[in-house]
Design a protein around this ligand. Sequence first.
Ligand code: ATP
Ligand code: MG
Length: 505
Amino acid sequence: MNAPEAAAWLARSRATVAATRLAPEAQTRGRVERVADGIAHISGLPDIRLGELLHFDGGASGYVLTLEPDEIAAVLLDNSITIAAGSHVRGSGEVARVPVGPGLLGRIVDPLGRPLDGTEPVVAEAILPAERPAPPIIARDLVSEPVATGILVVDTLLTIGRGQRELIIGDRATGKTSIAVDAIVAQKDTDIVCVYVAVGQRASAVERVIQAVRQHGAAERCVFVVTSAAAAPGLQWLAPFAGFTIAEYFRDRGQHALIVIDDMSKHAATHRELALLTRQPPGREAFPGDIFFVHARLLERAAKLSAEHGGGSLTALPIAETDAGNLSAYIPTNLISITDGQIVLDARLFAANQRPAVNVGLSVSRVGGKAQRPALREVAGRIRLDYAQFVELEMFSRFGAITDARVKAQITRGERIRALLAQPRFTNLRLSDQVALLAALTDGVLDTLPASAIATLRARLPAHLDAQEFAAVAALEKSGVLDPALRARLVAATRALAATLVPPP
Ligand code: ATP
Ligand code: MG
């Protein structure tokens, strides 16, 4: 072999050696150094990536939360007692994924898609990452169609559009979950599928939600993604993201979905817990600085897609809890600025038996107005103003007798609006019921009724309208547009029913 031949041979050999992956089946195995509070500190996985799913010996899994020069911290997805210092772990080269598809409808699953309602595995169409990018602006369309909730105060004053994000916020036990459940129940006969995500809720509360949907709504068109307060923090953290991935499946196929996250405050607390355990610097209220980004990138995934992208929509109803009505705390302000409006529930109204306890003055829906059906917009126009004026007048009227006839009339009308907006759970009103009630209110039909009779009127009206004005109801539900003749017929029918409820003098 001469010198050039030897050089060529050497170069070839080097190339062969470089191209050969030595023992490709060998994987780097890490070692658990410490494990506590749902976090494992691991050494010996130099090539691991942030967010990568890890498999521990013994079957438990987790994902990478922080990378340090000589150690990584991983969040466990199982409350596993099989993991201890010295356990082995390997990377999967994957992020956490969740099964999606119509097979999930009617099922109760955890954020990794493992069934919680029996042993039958879920039938998945695909298995997608829990963290996915939100649709770009260019793929979106204007929010133009409503999500009817059947709750009068929401549909008339705070219309929620398909693709909108509307925050439901209030103190403990003020009916936050109830509003979301009513919205889910109202989708019984619509084309919207629902995903309910429970994060850190008591098992009994989740059970009540599922029972309510089974009893009153269409549970076979709902997916329940459940992590209880006792679940591993990593699993709780993942739940909203997994819920969005499950809902996006429908959005991306041109269908419509509604997702409820109950609740974001618990999710934020979990995020804080994980951050503090991995020694990330605490910021305001001890939350890490990235909590805004976490919630923003989550809720950004709610969208109305343009026709070229199938025209599907995903509407989000995140729920948040306040302390003593403090809307300016860190998490509430974050969420208010991320969402397109908020339904504020007031503990004082709730205590005064005004339920749903919606504080009309503080609540707003920033994009839904354009999505409201024309018929409803026509009759709901003045309600908000009339009601706001009444609330102020009522305050003054406490100090002395009102003598002015005009003010008296305003107060009478305000009291009727208040009675009308109070509504028991599971009494969803159709568009035509809502239009008939509000048109009758505007025409003064309700002014002679005592508040208790208004509740009876509202309860009996749907059946009465079906019996008396079936054609008018059908026409209105279909077109969503009100003409004077239709309006007159609805008001007349409501007036006739009201006449039977006036107490004898
Ligand atoms: P938590 O903070 O515990 O999650 P929450 O704010 O989600 O509570 P809910 O559990 O929805 O509140 O409701 C609290 C109670 O109020 C329940 O017992 C529920 O039945 C009642 N409630 C809610 N809405 C209404 C309503 N419109 N009419 C009558 N009762 C209602
Ligand atoms: Mg609740």
